[in-house]
Structure formats: structure tokens, C-alpha cells
Design a protein around this ligand. Structure first.
Ligand SMILES: [Zn+2]
Length: 106
């Protein structure tokens, strides 16, 4: 088990997360996404929701589709539910987590 860090950290301070793209060793490359944080119930992970439209040829209309990706949520960013964030592709951190949040959008 990892020791609980009781020290409070602000956004400008360096975090001890090795999967942080700014203070750790994680390299980011590839695609970027912008979406709304849906759920942050998992430890250091956020669900990011993006709405996209898919065309249905039979009815010649568009339907709304939701894409959800899991992204790593480092201590120095710690995005909360409902916030707009930008996530970037990185190496797979876990089985389903292949993105990391790089900034919050105000
Ligand atoms: Zn950090």
C-alpha cells in the first residue's frame, strides 16, 4: 500500500505522481481531446465525456453520440466533475486508461 500524502498541494507545486506529464516521467504524444469530466470516482482517474454527431443515411439526419474516455487525473490538476478539460494521448497507464489530463479550461 502506498503511504497517504497528507501534505496539501496547490496547482503550482510539483506533485509526486510519476504518471504526471509535467512532474513525472510520462511522455505525451498523439491525439488531444476536449471534453467534460463525468465521473472522478476512481482513484486518480477521470471519465471524460465528449459529444459527437453521427450521420444516419436512411433518415438523412444526425444523431448525438457520447464518447467516454478514461484519463489519468494527476494531483496537480485534480479535475472535478463538470469541468472542461483537455486530455492528451499517452502510453497505456492501465487496461483502459490511455489518456492523461493536461489542462483545465476555464
Ligand atoms: Zn504534476
Amino acid at each position: 500500500m502506498k503511504k497517504q500524502n497528507t501534505e496539501k498541494k496547490t496547482e503550482s507545486e510539483a506533485c509526486s505522481d510519476k504518471n504526471c506529464p509535467f512532474h513525472g516521467t510520462l511522455k505525451i504524444r498523439g491525439r488531444t481531446f476536449t471534453g467534460i469530466v463525468g465521473s472522478t470516482k476512481m482513484r486518480k482517474t477521470a471519465n471524460i465525456e465528449m459529444e459527437r454527431t453521427g450521420y444516419i443515411r436512411k433518415y438523412q439526419r444526425y444523431e448525438k453520440k457520447m464518447t467516454r474516455i478514461k484519463a489519468h487525473n494527476p494531483d496537480c490538476i485534480s479535475a472535478r466533475q463538470g469541468e472542461k478539460v483537455t486530455a492528451m494521448e499517452c502510453r497505456p497507464i492501465s487496461k483502459t486508461k490511455k489518456f492523461v489530463i493536461i489542462k483545465k479550461q476555464v
